[in-house]
Write a protein that binds this ligand. Structure first.
Ligand SMILES: Nc1ncnc2c1ncn2[C@@H]1O[C@H](COP(=O)(O)OP(=O)(O)OP(=O)(O)O)[C@@H](O)[C@H]1O
Length: 309
């Protein structure tokens, strides 16, 4: 199956020469949710803006559903829905008319049944006749999503959908995203919240300084995250690992004065008891025991730091 979105060697230099995207490659399958994580200024909004035709890329190509955004812009833009970071709504407009209007912008026939189902799904039906200025911040964000969905896009971009919203609304947003996925909508979201990426994404991409540093299946990443290291510090260093202790999970620390054991915290048995009894049977004397856990956050911070070095 060909990907719904294919980004090849995409570059963007702003006026003045600043290179915000340095050759991004990314392939996204239909129906998946991908979260793009990255520090401020990484290029996330630039990437989304280039795909949605808000800014012109300097070079490279993007196809949506097999159509090129440069040569077939109308077709690709119709397949895309964009929920921007900033709330930009007309304060005196009524909810239902602003959502209807968004559909009309794409030249789609009026469809009141569809607009009703979108508003109901976003819990906005009761507010359909309210003016935007009467809505809470959370409701306004829902209106932005309703507007982005009004022309039935196949790909939805959410640029920091939950920045600055309370925990309850954040969870609501996650439910809405899960519902959309169930309908087959492909979702690309940017976020600063690692827990958000963990909660809803199928894949995670890390972007920093205009480059994609990693794109990986979330569960694979979580598995890495679930790994923990136990360091058994010894009172006398070893030259080699004793046979009794040899396994894929055990290695000798750099100067031989510790044993490092990697285990999975979620496994039924961690193997720590056996390790410690083997250490005792070998006659080794412990000085201390330390554990370390690598989290997705650690991986993210390390990657971004390495890139900055
Ligand atoms: N119109 C512009 N002209 C010049 N530089 C720009 C312009 N827009 C963005 N930039 C620069 O490009 C870089 C990437 O910005 P971008 O908004 O894409 O980052 P981001 O990852 O979305 O950041 P944030 O998480 O803060 O929203 C930043 O250094 C920014 O200052």
């Amino acid at each position: 199956m060909s990907p719904i979105l294919e980004i090849r060697d995409l570059k963007k230099s702003y006026d003045g020469g600043f290179e915000a995207l340095k050759g991004v490659n990314l392939s996204i399958e239909e129906g998946e949710i991908i979260a793009l994580l990255g520090p401020n200024g990484a290029g996330k909004t630039t990437l989304i803006s280039a795909i949605c035709g808000i800014i012109m890329p300097t070079s490279g190509s993007v196809t949506v559903g097999g159509h090129d955004i440069a040569t077939d812009f109308r077709a690709t833009r119709t397949m895309i829905g964009l929920v921007p970071q900033e709330v930009s709504l007309e304060p005196f407009e009524r909810v239902i008319s602003t959502v209807r209007f968004s559909r009309g912008l794409f030249g789609k026939r009026a469809d009141d049944a569809l607009i009703e189902s979108i508003l109901k799904r976003l819990s906005l039906w009761d507010k359909r006749n309210s003016q935007i200025k009467e809505l809470s911040g959370g409701m306004k964000r829902r209106v932005l999503i309703a507007k982005a969905l009004a022309h039935e896009p196949r790909v939805l971009f959410l640029d920091e959908p939950t920045a600055g919203v309370d925990v309850e609304l954040r969870k609501d947003m996650w439910d809405i995203v899960a519902d959309l996925k169930a309908d087959g909508v492909t979702i690309i979201l940017t976020t600063h919240y690692i827990e958000e990426a963990e909660a809803i994404a199928d894949r995670i991409g890390v972007i920093a300084k205009g480059e994609i540093l990693l794109v990986e299946d979330k569960n694979a990443l979580m598995q890495r995250m679930g790994k923990k290291e136990l360091e058994v510090q010894l009172s006398a260093p070893l030259d080699v690992l004793p046979d009794r202790l040899k396994s894929d999970a055990v290695r000798l620390g750099t100067d031989g004065s510790s044993l490092i054991y990697t285990y999975d915290t979620r496994a039924e048995r961690t193997g720590i008891t056996k390790l410690l009894s083997d250490v005792a049977a070998e006659g080794l004397v412990l000085r201390d025991v330390v554990t370390r856990q690598s989290s997705l956050e650690d991986i993210f911070v390390t990657l971004v730091k390495e890139d900055a070095a």
